[in-house]
Structure formats: structure tokens, C-alpha cells
Design a protein around this ligand. Structure first.
Ligand code: ASP
Ligand code: MG
Length: 407
């Protein structure tokens, strides 16, 4: 007998038929003798619909009331799923986040979970019931409803699994696992049987939107084995877990990419202490996140160039700020380019294998793709290239590292 937490996303509960299908699936596990906690999202489109309603009244509605509003989507699905479970003869009980004491801080729309009181859920499980919990929501110390950020039901599921010391947290979604890269870009992309938390974090933060990043962080921290699988097709999905010594590790697990990048360069700034801070400081203090940073080797001229990337949504603002800095510093010129993308190779195997970077650069060179910027970390190498080379670059790397093959 295992204790399993399952999470079903918006598309998986998008209609009454689908809710019935979920109920059947859940019942299957319970009939097998497992204890099952189910966390559900709102029906697909519902959260956006609610946000839209408020938007018709006020452009920037009160955050507290927004959380009261958007949390209702999940309250609908927990009730419908419980009704469906009962209908097919499976005892079930639904709870909102507040009812099972998912205690969070008071940061509306992006609250963090502090504590969960699992006693009530345990009692239901021991009484043979399936427990259905609303994803995405919690309650703060004053009893106000909070929500955990878009995609937050993943985090609810992981937190429930951690609190209950569950054997596995299964995230059912509309894809059947985590892929070596986006199959829409490289049709030869292959489903990974397993991937480490560290790699998954890199893949997620670099733009593979399978799981909420926070959920992966949480799972890694509390050592909750996470499995991503399809709610529509049978299959093992992808297990996200700790690195095991015995695991025959592929050098590279996957290729992530991010289209939302833009690049800014300031030319001819004095090469002296404090320049980096003068350039980046005003950008960061406006809450614009700076990602890659490159400072050129200074020639004897005593001046240097400085390039960095920001999210494309922040591009215009960042350029304005930089132009102002350029004037203040009497820099020569500001160059701006929002037609760039970032492609990254990710793999814990990089730690123990040399030559990955050179192989990556070779593969890109063969296709005539110019690399604009490079950054590396222990388990990742990222390059910035022109937007038009995204597909070509991803495919070239997928091929060069033979990612279509099972190891
Ligand atoms: N319904 C919420 C959203 O759309 C939470 C979730 O689906 O995980 O972001
Ligand atoms: Mg979702």
C-alpha cells in the first residue's frame, strides 16, 4: 500500500466527462489499496476568466480580493470531482486549502506555504476515503485566502506529499512526461524516464513549462519523488528524483530554450572599479532581472564594453535606463537587440565529462550559427544566438548529443 498524491491540471478536469475520467483513474488506485490524495486545478480557462472579470471592474484590483476571486475556480473542481467519485462508489471528501490548514504568508497572488496540518487528511485516508484538495490556495495567519502563483497547484500537491510523507507525487498533465527538448521544435525529442531535481530546475527556469519551478524546488528540498505523466494516455511518465551513483548518467539530459530574451550593450565605458555596479545597479533597482552578463577584456585604451540580457518584456524600460546611464558616464554608444534567444544544454553528466562545451560550439558552427554570448554553470551551458536560429540550433544540438537515443 502506498500513499500517493496526484495532481490533475486544468485540461485534465476541463469538462464533466474529463472529471469522470479522473474519478475512474483515482478509484483504480484506491481499489488497488493505495491511499490517494488528489489535488486539482480549476477547469481550464477558468482562472483567466475570473481575472478577466475583475479586470472589467478595475485595472489594478485589490490583491486580497483577487485571491478570494481566483481561488473559487479550484473550489468548483474539488466538489465536482468528489461528487463524481462518490457517484462511482468511491468514498471521497473535498477540502479547500484553508480547511486543511495550508498556512501561507500574506503575499497575495504569490504566497509561500509555511506549514500544513495533515492530521485531518490522514484521518480521512485512514477511514478509507479519497481526499480531494483544492490546489493553488492557502490561508494566511489572519484567515485571509491566498493563492500561490499561476500553476501553483503543482506546489500544493508537492507540499501535501511532503507533509503526508507520501511515497510519490504524481503530476498529471496534457504531456506524457519531460522531454529532451520541446517536440514542437524537434520532433525527435524523446521522453526522459528520469531526470534529477537539479536538471529539472534548469529545464523549468529556462523555459520548459511542464512544472511550476517552485514545485520542483519544494520537491527537491523535501525529497518528494515527483512524476510527471499524462492524464490521457497510459505510461510511466518521467520521474524527477535525486541523482543516484549507480545511475548510468547521460552526459546531457536535455536542451532548454527561451525566446523571451533581449540583449543590451553599452560601448566605451571607463574600465575602472564600480562600472559594473553603475550599469547594472539602476536596472536591478527597478526590479528588472538581469540574466547573462559579459564584460569585454579591456584593451589598453582604458575603456571597455558591457553586455547583458534581460527578459524581452523589460527590454524597452531597460534600454531607457541604460541610455540614461550612458549619458551620465559619457559612454560611446548603446546597442540593443531584442531578436535573440537563449539555448541551453543541461545535464549533471557535464560535471564528470570534459569537452561538452567544445562539442556544443562545433555543432553550432557547422550550421553557421554565430554565438553572441556564452555562460556556463556546473550542469548547464547557455548560448545566446539570433532568434532565427532557434529551431536550427536546437535540432543541431539534439543531433550532436544523440538525444534521440535511449542510453
Ligand atoms: N488555476 C491556477 C492557474 O491557472 C493554478 C493551477 O492551475 O495550477 O494558474
Ligand atoms: Mg496548470
Amino acid at each position: 500500500m502506498a500513499l500517493i498524491v496526484q495532481k490533475y491540471g486544468g485540461t485534465s478536469v476541463g469538462s464533466v466527462e474529463r472529471i469522470f475520467a479522473v474519478a475512474e483513474k483515482v478509484k483504480g488506485y484506491r481499489d488497488r489499496g493505495d491511499q490517494v490524495v488528489v489535488v486539482v486545478s480549476a477547469m481550464s480557462g477558468e482562472t483567466n476568466r475570473l481575472i478577466g472579470l475583475a479586470g472589467q471592474i478595475d485595472e489594478s484590483p485589490d490583491p486580497r480580493e483577487m485571491d478570494v476571486l481566483v481561488s473559487t475556480g479550484e473550489q468548483v473542481t474539488i466538489a465536482l470531482l468528489s461528487i463524481a467519485l462518490q457517484k462511482i462508489g468511491c468514498p471521497a471528501r473535498s477540502y479547500t486549502g484553508g480547511q486543511v490548514h495550508i498556512l501561507t504568508d500574506s503575499a497575495y497572488s504569490k504566497a509561500r506555504i509555511r506549514d500544513i496540518d495533515a492530521a485531518r487528511v490522514k484521518a480521512d485516508l485512514d477511514a478509507g476515503r479519497v481526499v480531494v484538495v483544492a490546489g493553488f490556495q492557502g490561508v494566511d495567519e489572519h484567515g485571509s485566502i491566498t493563492t500561490l502563483g499561476r500553476g501553483g497547484s503543482d506546489t500544493t500537491a508537492v507540499a501535501m506529499a511532503a507533509a503526508l510523507k507520501g511515497d510519490e507525487c504524481q503530476i498529471y498533465t496534457d504531456v506524457d512526461g519531460v522531454y529532451t527538448t520541446d517536440p514542437r521544435v524537434e520532433p525527435k525529442a524523446r521522453r526522459l524516464e528520469r531526470i534529477t531535481f537539479e536538471e529539472m530546475l534548469e529545464m523549468a527556469s529556462l523555459g520548459s513549462k511542464v512544472l511550476q519551478i517552485r514545485a520542483v524546488e519544494f520537491a527537491g528540498k523535501y525529497n518528494v519523488p515527483l512524476r510527471v505523466l499524462s492524464s490521457f494516455e497510459a505510461g510511466e511518465g518521467t520521474l524527477i528524483t535525486f541523482e543516484e551513483e549507480s545511475m548510468e548518467q547521460a552526459k546531457i539530459s536535455g536542451i532548454a530554450f527561451n525566446r523571451d530574451e533581449a540583449k543590451l550593450t553599452i560601448l566605451g565605458v571607463p574600465d575602472q572599479p564600480g562600472v559594473a555596479h553603475k550599469i547594472i545597479g539602476p536596472i536591478s533597482s527597478r526590479n528588472i532581472e538581469v540574466d547573462m552578463i559579459v564584460q569585454n577584456i579591456s584593451a589598453d585604451t582604458g575603456s571597455t564594453d558591457f553586455t547583458f540580457t534581460v527578459n524581452r518584456g523589460d527590454f524597452k524600460r531597460a534600454r531607457e535606463i541604460l541610455q540614461q546611464t550612458a549619458t551620465e558616464m559619457s559612454a560611446r554608444e548603446v546597442l540593443a537587440d531584442d531578436k535573440i534567444v537563449k539555448i541551453s544544454l543541461v545535464g549533471v553528466g557535464m560535471r564528470s565529462h570534459a569537452g561538452i562545451a567544445s562539442k556544443m560550439f562545433e555543432a553550432l558552427a557547422k550550421e553557421g550559427i554565430n554565438i553572441r554570448m556564452i555562460s556556463t554553470s556546473e550542469i548547464k551551458i547557455s548560448v545566446v544566438v539570433d532568434e532565427k536560429y532557434l529551431e536550427l540550433g536546437v535540432r543541431a544540438l539534439h543531433e550532436a548529443f544523440e538525444l534521440e537515443r535511449e542510453i
